[in-house]
Design a protein. Structure first.
Length: 247
């Protein structure tokens, strides 16, 4: 019997993309999964689209008020019943063998948290011919310096590590989650294979780099309780990497 994988998918106003995301899950060669879609009070027809799918593995939860991705992600994680939790944003896509290959990789090496390489695609789904390589392994300090982890590639063993609560910040809450995990597990291990397609959207939250500075500062100072000097260092380092593209 295959181990159950819980797929955590927060969504907000993603009616344009979510069907393709769900289809990429339905096409998985690994069949024992549940997909928990938590709708953060979308104003479009996301609910209508999700409810067209007649598959009891797809679970839809609609929040009454918009609370941000962290709230939606936490809701899904609390509902998860799988031995593994995998994260998939509602505009990203998995390759068909993603779950099968990643679980085999984790079992073969006895890893508790893993990520994979991924490809960037345009808003229309066309390849941008850019591959983002994950590192062989990354620890807490590595995430602080330059998070090399694509959210929709991450999977972890809930049975061994338990569940986590995502800090309630609207941006960089995925980084905050990895930092929590790495206080319990030493490394996130990278699988050197492209198994996810990340959709680059012009008006996405993560595309507004200048605006992200205050969220990084809040993450470093208020959530991780880093010193002023260390927080300042990480802000400048992050800016050099993400804005100046020096790495």
């Amino acid at each position: 019997m295959e181990d159950l994988v819980s797929i955590v998918t927060p969504t907000y106003n993603c009616a344009k993309f979510i069907a393709e995301t769900i289809d990429s899950v339905l096409q998985q060669t690994y069949s024992n999964w549940e997909m928990i879609i938590v709708d953060d009070a979308s104003k479009d027809n996301t609910e209508e689209i999700v409810k067209r799918y007649d598959d009891n593995r797809i679970k839809y939860i609609r929040l009454e008020e918009n609370g941000g991705a962290a709230v939606a992600r936490n809701t899904a994680m609390r509902e998860a019943k799988g031995k593994y939790i995998a994260f998939l944003d509602s505009d990203d896509l998995w390759k068909p063998e993603k779950l099968e290959k990643q679980i085999a990789f984790m079992k073969q090496h006895n890893y508790n948290i893993t990520a994979t390489d991924y490809e960037q695609i345009s808003e229309e789904g066309e390849s941008l011919h850019k591959i983002i390589r994950t590192k062989k392994k990354v620890n807490y300090n590595g995430i602080l310096l330059s998070c090399p982890v694509g959210n929709s590639t991450v999977m972890y063993n809930v049975e061994n590590l338990g569940k986590f609560e995502v800090p309630n910040i609207r941006k960089r809450n995925d980084d905050a989650l990895w930092l929590q995990m790495l206080k319990k597990e030493k490394y996130i291990y990278g699988m050197p294979e492209v198994l996810m397609k990340y959709r680059v959207r012009a008006n996405s939250i993560s595309s507004k780099k200048i605006d992200l500075v205050k969220y990084h500062w809040y993450l470093y100072r208020k959530i991780e309780h880093l010193s002023f000097i260390r927080s300042t260092f990480h802000i400048f380092w992050w800016g050099a990497i993400k804005i100046l593209h020096i790495k």
